[in-house]
Design a protein around this ligand. Structure first.
Ligand SMILES: Cc1cc2nc3c(=O)[nH]c(=O)nc-3n(C[C@H](O)[C@H](O)[C@H](O)COP(=O)(O)OP(=O)(O)OC[C@H]3O[C@@H](n4cnc5c(N)ncnc54)[C@H](O)[C@@H]3O)c2cc1C
Length: 457
C-alpha cells in the first residue's frame, strides 16, 4: 500500500481549493501537464496546478506560501532556465482569453496566451502586437522580460507598451497593477520578469501594421565573413523603420527544410521594413549583393505571416543557450565570432543570432520601466541542441561564442540570458535600478517564493 507524505496528503486539500486540475507525481497526466518547449531541464514539481482562472492562481500561491514552498510558473516552457524541483508549478495555458479593443488599440489577454492568438485577433482590425521571432512564444514571459520583436527599432520593447497587469503576489492577493495603482511595482514587473508574482492578465498597446516588406535571405556558410562584415556596416545606414538580424545556422538534415538549407551551415539575414516595398527593396539591395543567395523570401507580406521571417523551430527540443548585449560590433568582434562559430569551426552551436538594436529601443518607455539592456547596440545569442554525441560539448561551445565578444559586452537582455545564477541576474541592472527592484521584491515576495526562473533573489 502507498502511504502519502504529509505534503502529498495536503495536495488533496489544494485540489479542493481550485477549479482547475491538480497533478501530483505519479499521475499519468503529469508529463503532458508539464510539457515544455525546452526539454533540457528536469521538471519535477510537488504539484502542478493547471489554473482555470485567476482565483486558482491565487489559491495555489496561498497554499504554497503557507508551506514556504517555491512557486514556478509556466506558459509554454520556451523560457525554462533551471530545473523545477520541489516547487508548486502553476501552468497558465488555460488562461487563454484574448480581447482586442480596436478603439483604444489595445489587447487584454490571459497569461497563457501565445503571440499567434494575438496576431490573429488583431489583424482584422488592421493592428499588430510587438511579438518576437516566433509566435509560439508566450505573451507574458516574453513581455515581462522586455520583448525584443520584429519591429523593435520602430516601436521599442513590448514591455514599453504594457498598460496594466493583474498580478498574484506572494500573499495570494490579486493586484491590479498600473501606473497609478502601484507605480513602483508597475515599473519593476515590466522588465524584472517573474520575480514579483504571477501575472494572470496583461493589457498592452497594439500598433497599426497590416503588412511588412520582410522575409529572410539565406547565404552559403562559406560566405559568412563577407555577409557579417557587410551587415555590421550596412545596419548603420538603416532607418528606425527597419529591424534586422543575422544568424549563423547549423541546420539539421531535416526533410522539412528546403533542399538548399538541409543539413547545411548557412547565414540567415532576417529583414522587416515598415515602409513601402520600393523603399524596403532599395535599403536591402546592398545585402542582396553581399554574396550569392541560396534563398531570398523577402517581399511584401501580411503581418500574419511574420513567422516566416525567422522560421524558428516549433517542436520541443533540449536547448542550452546564452546571450549578451553589445555596445558595438566592430570588425574585430565579427572576426572573433567567425573564429569560434564560423565555417572553419566544427562546433555544436546550432545558432548564433546577432540582432541590431538602437532606435526606439534606446529611448525610455512613455511610462519608464525596468527593462535592462535598453542602450545596447546589438544582442548576440548562441544556442546549442543537447542531442547526439556532441551534446556534452554544447555548453562550452555556446560559452565560447559569448566569451568571444565579451570585450564589447554592455550587459544582457534577460530574455536571452540563458541559465544564470542570482549574481549574474542582478548584474543586468545598474546599482540604483537593482536597489529599486530589490525593494519591490522584498515588499511583495518577502520570503522569495518566486525564484525558480531568473531571479534577483
Ligand atoms: C524559439 C524562441 C524564440 C524566442 N524569440 C524571442 C524574441 O524574438 N524576442 C525576445 O525578447 N525573446 C525571445 N525568446 C525568449 C522568450 O521571450 C523567453 O524565453 C520568455 O521567457 C518565454 O516566455 P514563455 O511564457 O513562452 O515561456 P515559459 O517558459 O512558460 O516562461 C518563462 C518564464 O517567464 C516568466 N513568466 C511566464 N509566465 C509568467 C506569468 N504569468 N507571470 C509571471 N512570470 C511569468 C517566468 O519567469 C517563467 O519562468 C525566444 C525564445 C525561444 C525559445
Amino acid at each position: 500500500m502507498t502511504t502519502l507524505s504529509p505534503l502529498g496528503a495536503a495536495t488533496g486539500d489544494l485540489a479542493r481549493q481550485v477549479t482547475g486540475t491538480v497533478l501530483v507525481p505519479g499521475d499519468p497526466a503529469l508529463a503532458d501537464g508539464t510539457a515544455a518547449f525546452n526539454t533540457a531541464w528536469p521538471v519535477r514539481p510537488i504539484a502542478v496546478v493547471a489554473a482555470a482562472d485567476e482565483a486558482d492562481v491565487a489559491a495555489a500561491v496561498r497554499w504554497a506560501a503557507a508551506r514556504r514552498l517555491p512557486v514556478a510558473v509556466q506558459a509554454t516552457g520556451h523560457g525554462l532556465v533551471a530545473p523545477v524541483e520541489d516547487a508548486v508549478l502553476v501552468t497558465t495555458s488555460r488562461l487563454s482569453h484574448v480581447r482586442v479593443d480596436p478603439v483604444s488599440r489595445t489587447a487584454r489577454v490571459g497569461a497563457g496566451v501565445r503571440w499567434a492568438q494575438v496576431i490573429e485577433a488583431a489583424a482584422p482590425h488592421g493592428l499588430a502586437p510587438l511579438n518576437g521571432s516566433t509566435s509560439h512564444v508566450g505573451v507574458a514571459g516574453y513581455t515581462l522580460g522586455g520583448g525584443l520583436g520584429l519591429m523593435a527599432r520602430r516601436y521599442g520593447f513590448a514591455a514599453d507598451h504594457v498598460r496594466r497587469l493583474r498580478l498574484v503576489t506572494a500573499d495570494g492577493a490579486i493586484r491590479e497593477v498600473d501606473a497609478t495603482t502601484d507605480p513602483e511595482l508597475f515599473w519593476a514587473v515590466r522588465g524584472g520578469k517573474g520575480d514579483f508574482g504571477i501575472v494572470t492578465e496583461i493589457e498592452f498597446g497594439l500598433v497599426p501594421v497590416t503588412t511588412l516588406y520582410g522575409g529572410g535571405v539565406y547565404f552559403p556558410g562559406q560566405a559568412a565573413a563577407e555577409v557579417l562584415h557587410a551587415y555590421r556596416q550596412w545596419v548603420e545606414t538603416l532607418p528606425e523603420d527597419t529591424t534586422t538580424s543575422v544568424g549563423l545556422l547549423r541546420l539539421p538534415p531535416d526533410p522539412a527544410l528546403p533542399e538548399p538549407l538541409r543539413g547545411r551551415f548557412v547565414v540567415h539575414l532576417r529583414y522587416a521594413h515598415l515602409g513601402s516595398a520600393e523603399e524596403g527593396a532599395a535599403l536591402l539591395a546592398p545585402m542582396r549583393s553581399a554574396a550569392p543567395r541560396l534563398i531570398d523570401s523577402v517581399g511584401e507580406m501580411p503581418y500574419t505571416a511574420v513567422d516566416s521571417i525567422y522560421m524558428d523551430p516549433t517542436d520541443p527540443m533540449p536547448c542550452h543557450d546564452r546571450g549578451t548585449a553589445l555596445s558595438a560590433l566592430p570588425a574585430e568582434a565579427v572576426d572573433r565570432l567567425l573564429a569560434v562559430a564560423g565555417p572553419g569551426a566544427d562546433v555544436p552551436v546550432a545558432m548564433v543570432d546577432i540582432r541590431h538594436m538602437g532606435g526606439a529601443l534606446a529611448r525610455p518607455a512613455a511610462v519608464p520601466n525596468a527593462v535592462a539592456g535598453r542602450d545596447a547596440a546589438f544582442s548576440v545569442y548562441a544556442l546549442g541542441v543537447l542531442l547526439g554525441p556532441a551534446a556534452g560539448a554544447v555548453p562550452a561551445a555556446v560559452g565560447a561564442v559569448i566569451d568571444a565578444v565579451a570585450p564589447w559586452s554592455s550587459g544582457s537582455l534577460i530574455n536571452f540570458l540563458g541559465p544564470a545564477d542570482r549574481e549574474r541576474v542582478r548584474s543586468l541592472w545598474p546599482e540604483a535600478d537593482l536597489a529599486r527592484l530589490l525593494a519591490a521584491k522584498r515588499r511583495v515576495d518577502p520570503y522569495g517564493i518566486f525564484t525558480t526562473g531568473h531571479s534577483i533573489g
